[in-house]
Design a protein around this ligand. Sequence first.
Ligand code: FA5
Length: 335
Amino acid sequence: MIEAILNELEALKHKFDEQIVAVNSANAVEALRIQYLARKGEFPQYFKKLGEVPAEVRPQLGQKLNELRDYLEAALNAKKELFGQVTRGPKVDLTLSGIPRRLGTRHPLLKTLDEIKSIFIAMGFSVESGPLAENDYYNFEALNIPRNHPSRDMQDTLYLSDPMREEGETYLLRTHTSPVQVRTMLKQKPPIRIIAPGRVFRKDNLDATHSPVFHQIEGLYVDEGVTMGDLKGVLLAYARKLLGRDIKVRFRPSYFPFTEPSAELDVWFPAKNRWMELLGCGMVNPAVFDMLGIDSEKYTGFAFGMGIERVAMTKYAIDDIRYFYDNDVRFLQQF
Ligand code: FA5
């Protein structure tokens, strides 16, 4: 009789083993536990048989039953840990494909700026920055643009009114990144080789190539013996590296109070089939050196300031500056 019971227990264990390997959810673990271990399950009934077998084999059967109960419980617990708690309510179908999430991309202006920066850093320039709210001195006066000088009209300025400011001080939103030139020359002696990217503000109307808030990157190189040839060489190397060797550029004479002589660099803009002004540049006016305490007999330098939007427009053939600020994902995801 004991033999028959032990055989049955062996068969039960075998069946349980086959079922448990197929279990793939917390609910299935629970179903198996009920099938085998619940009060009316397949296993507990064998404990009743302890009273039916002869006394001398009772310990043997008791030990077998205890072992098998421990085995079933351990196997079920291990699976339970694997699948977690039983879920009630609607079942989750893990094989369904998920809801795709759109990945963000870097804004084309930032991408362009990163590329511009890495080109100039490779040429030995370091990166500086300055405040957006500037003092009239840094934005204009130290750049040889005195009050009431007609050249102030070249950049329509947004002035800040603040009663806390000291008498006589005028604050404004910087109209260009050139004040960073002034700040750098005041704190650092030549040789100076810096670029300074950042946001600038003007009372300009928004159109296809102008925005009242846009970005510039300033460049300044001051040392002994710097010439206009260095300026042209650096800017040409930069434009070719960024926009390709076949890029068409031209230098045009221009006027800025803080550079003498001054020029503008245009690039051919295929998207519009015309030239587009990219930057202003020139040799630092000795009057600026004199104001900032740099020996203008010993040192010369060049400076430039370019519109980052204009560079990105040329690089990616974008024909309207307004795309940069609309935040339309159909535009942004192309970069
Ligand atoms: C200046 O701002 C000078 N500070 C540049 C400079 C620096 C000259 C150092 C010499 C030495 P300008 O106003 O031309 O120059 O502006 C420079 C560039 O900014 C332009 O060539 C153009 O690319 C861009 N830019 C000017 N106005 C706007 C605007 N409203 N929207 C977008 N880009 C603009």
